[in-house]
Structures are given as structure tokens and as C-alpha cells.
Design a protein around this ligand. Structure first.
Ligand code: SF4
Ligand code: SF4
Length: 91
């Protein structure tokens, strides 16, 4: 399941550089998450890094983008941004 940024976002900029998949970018008014690139940080970290750093706690899971763990891992491989093949994948 991808995450989404709600309109509580205060544009503090801290989440964007934390995303290992480059899924976060500034939108017309607030930051946005590209659901095609968000893997819930699966394969990189054991917790969503954007949620960890957001000071106003405005990044919930997006129920419109429900995905299984396997689907998230498949997305990570498609993105080609995962750890190299010798690295352990954190699931
Ligand atoms: Fe990026 Fe991880 Fe946040 Fe998804 S959960 S937007 S992959 S930092
Ligand atoms: Fe918005 Fe939270 Fe990201 Fe800051 S960390 S830009 S408040 S979503």
C-alpha cells in the first residue's frame, strides 16, 4: 500500500530527501507521494521513513492503493532502486 500526504502537510521539506525511491515531490500546494514509486520503504527500511520524520504526522497509508508485501517487492524490483542483489532485503 502506498502512503499519501494529507492537507495537514506544512511543507517542511524533511520527508523528500528521506525517501529511498524518490517517490516524494513538491506538488502545486503541498508535497505529494507517487504511488507508483512508494513501496512503504519495503526492501530499504523496516518502517516508512517519511512517516518517521514527519513532524505533523500527516502521512497515512492510502487505502486506494492496497498492495501485498509481494507486490511491494515486485514494485521495488521494477523501480530498480532496491538494494543490490547481494544485500539482504528487509521484508
Ligand atoms: Fe518513500 Fe518510503 Fe515514504 Fe513510500 S513510505 S513515500 S517509499 S519514504
Ligand atoms: Fe509535509 Fe510531513 Fe513531508 Fe513535512 S514531512 S513536507 S509536513 S509530509
Amino acid at each position: 500500500m502506498a502512503l499519501k500526504i494529507t492537507d495537514q502537510c506544512i511543507n517542511c521539506d524533511v520527508c523528500e530527501p528521506e525517501c529511498p525511491n524518490g517517490a516524494i515531490s513538491m506538488g502545486p500546494e503541498i508535497y505529494l507521494i507517487d504511488p507508483r514509486r512508494c513501496t512503504e520503504c519495503v526492501g530499504h527500511f523496516d518502517k516508512p521513513q517519511c512517516q518517521e520524520v514527519c513532524p505533523v504526522d500527516c502521512i497515512p497509508l492510502d487505502p486506494e492503493h492496497v498492495e501485498s508485501q509481494d507486490e511491494l517487492l515486485a514494485k521495488l524490483r521494477r523501480l530498480g532502486s532496491g538494494p543490490d542483489s547481494s544485500a539482504k532485503i528487509v521484508t
